[in-house]
Design a protein around this ligand. Structure first.
Ligand code: 2HA
Ligand code: ZN
Length: 283
């Protein structure tokens, strides 16, 4: 090995200092502790910057290539930090290199190159179609979008059994449960019917919804959120989940005796400069 190459190799920084890895460890630990990602539940994909990644890993060294069942041409050459298939959020903190992977969407647009992680020979999340199709949809409306997050948020999931499951009905109830909800997700939440997880069908339905919504609720399963940062995406899911929790308490306490009125919502929208989804609320 030439001296020059040796120098370049030693110049790589410790991957554990890579901020997105630290954020991923923190958020998966929080999601686990909140009880929203039991066993292998949940998955996260985080679009990371090539120049940043190259400070930590040699991106010319592909560990292995794995196929994708859909066309990812819009994402070719992009780098993602991704939770592993069958891996537990509970274990990300103690063994990030086994439970996370850094991937690049390969030139053929139908596979991904593993550059770091999944050290036991693992694969990226089984929900890669829903994630990548959602990234494509969100990037088209917001070039700053970086994160897609899926979890089994308990109260939102419960609501898909007990509540009328139209997007309008669930959105209205969530907005009504906490004053800040209308400000945090004025576009509301899109509710999908039950679909087979991991399939291209659920991926396509989620991505279609993601053109207009950053929150998508999968009936009897869980929720998807998208955003520019890990914090923003987690905060979005957390806000909707909190409202669903309050709804659960309100129901348990005997139902609503008073509520946030339409006039209140109008004043809120004006104060915070947000436009509620007109399909769900008339200003
Ligand atoms: O990866 O949550 O939806 C486990 C899941 C699938
Ligand atoms: Zn799931």
């Amino acid at each position: 090995m030439s001296k020059k190459i040796q120098l370049e190799e030693t110049a790589l920084e410790n991957i554990m200092q890579f901020r997105p890895i630290q954020e991923m460890i923190e958020v998966t630990s929080n999601l686990y502790r909140l009880g929203w990602d039991e066993r292998n539940g949940g998955n996260i994909t985080y679009l990371v910057d090539e120049a940043e990644v190259q400070k930590y890993i040699d991106t010319t060294k592909v560990i292995r290539n794995s196929p994708m069942s859909f066309d990812g041409k819009e994402l070719v050459g992009k780098y993602f930090l991704v939770t592993g298939s069958g891996k537990y959020f509970k274990n990300v903190q103690s063994d990030p290199e086994n439970n996370l992977g850094i991937l690049r969407v390969a030139e053929d647009a139908h596979s991904v190159d593993l550059l770091w992680g999944y050290s036991d020979g693992g694969l990226p999340t089984s929900e890669l179609p829903a994630h990548f199709m959602s990234h494509i949809a969100r990037l088209a409306v917001d070039p700053e979008n970086r994160v897609v997050m899926h979890c089994h948020a308990t109260h939102l999931l419960a609501m898909t059994f007990s509540h009328e499951i139209t997007s309008k009905a669930i959105t209205r109830t969530l907005w009504e449960m906490c004053t800040e909800c209308l400000v945090v997700f004025p576009e509301g939440i899109k509710v999908l019917p039950w679909l087979v997880p991991g399939s291209n069908e659920i991926g396509e339905a989620t991505a279609k919804a993601m053109k207009d919504f950053r929150l998508v609720l999968w009936s009897f399963h869980g929720v998807y959120g998208a955003g520019r940062t890990i914090d923003e995406t987690f905060g979005l899911i957390e806000t909707a989940e909190k409202a669903a929790e309050v709804y659960t308490y309100v129901q348990a306490q005997g139902g609503m005796k008073q509520m946030i009125t339409d006039e209140n919502f109008k004043a809120l929208a004006k104060q915070f400069g947000v436009t509620p989804n007109k399909d769900f609320f008339e200003m």
